[in-house]
Ligand binder design. Structure first.
Ligand SMILES: [Zn+2]
Length: 219
């Protein structure tokens, strides 16, 4: 295959119809219509007092539901105590394991807690650390603990100096995403990632697509 196939592991923006990007659209509110594209459901830690997973029951049976999250721990979400965030996060882990769906993590200043939780709960499903921004040490602690790292515009904006270590991250543990940024940023993220990994852009995109298919399913 000689063309780029883009995969977006996490986005908040609804796609325009003719786009050929494969994406996981994140449903944040249980009032949204069931998406026609692949999607995830979950409660952002800052919303942990506002919703419960039961509120999302209407989405459970859709074959487009491919991941649980984003969910996790956020030390800057001061409106929700960390122990409550932890409780709600554990419900997501249970749901992910019971339904055989990967988990998309939102984690701000809680990476050590997240690593401990993974060691404690020993999930069978992949845990995807979304929007990774951080330094080499944090990246490799997560890689060694088996996390998938999903990179977005952090790769472009020089946060934590990713160009110094990105090439050393095992390719099978990488996903790419736009999060809340416009879809047009995805080709730039892909181009930067391929360049840092010193790979032909099409070969690199193939690796990301294989990861995407392995983690979220093939179609
Ligand atoms: Zn997000």
């Amino acid at each position: 295959m000689n063309e780029m196939h883009y995969c977006d592991a996490h986005t908040h923006l609804t796609p325009n119809a003719e786009e050929c990007v494969r994406r996981i659209y994140h449903v944040m509110r249980p009032t949204e219509a069931i998406p026609e594209t692949l999607f995830s459901i979950g409660i952002h830690p800052k919303d942990a007092l506002m919703y419960s997973l039961e509120d999302f029951r209407g989405y459970f049976n859709s074959s487009n539901l491919r991941a649980i999250g984003e969910c996790g721990l956020d030390r800057t979400a001061s409106n929700v105590p960390l122990n409550k965030q932890n409780e709600v996060f554990r419900e997501h882990v249970r749901m992910s394991e019971e339904n055989g769906k990967p988990l998309i993590l939102h984690c701000v200043r809680c990476a050590q807690e997240m690593i401990h939780l993974k060691k404690e709960l020993k999930p069978l499903q992949p845990w995807i650390f979304h929007g990774f921004r951080g330094n080499r040490r944090k990246a490799f602690e997560l890689v060694e603990a088996g996390f998938i790292l999903s990179f977005g515009t952090g790769l472009l904006k020089d946060s934590g100096n990713p160009e110094a270590f990105f090439a050393e991250i095992p390719p099978e543990q990488i996903l790419l995403e736009t999060d809340a940024e416009p879809a047009e940023t995805l080709p730039m993220i892909y181009a930067t990632a391929a360049q840092l990994h010193e790979l032909n852009p099409i070969c690199f995109a193939d690796v990301i697509e294989q990861n995407f298919n392995r983690i979220f399913g093939n179609e």
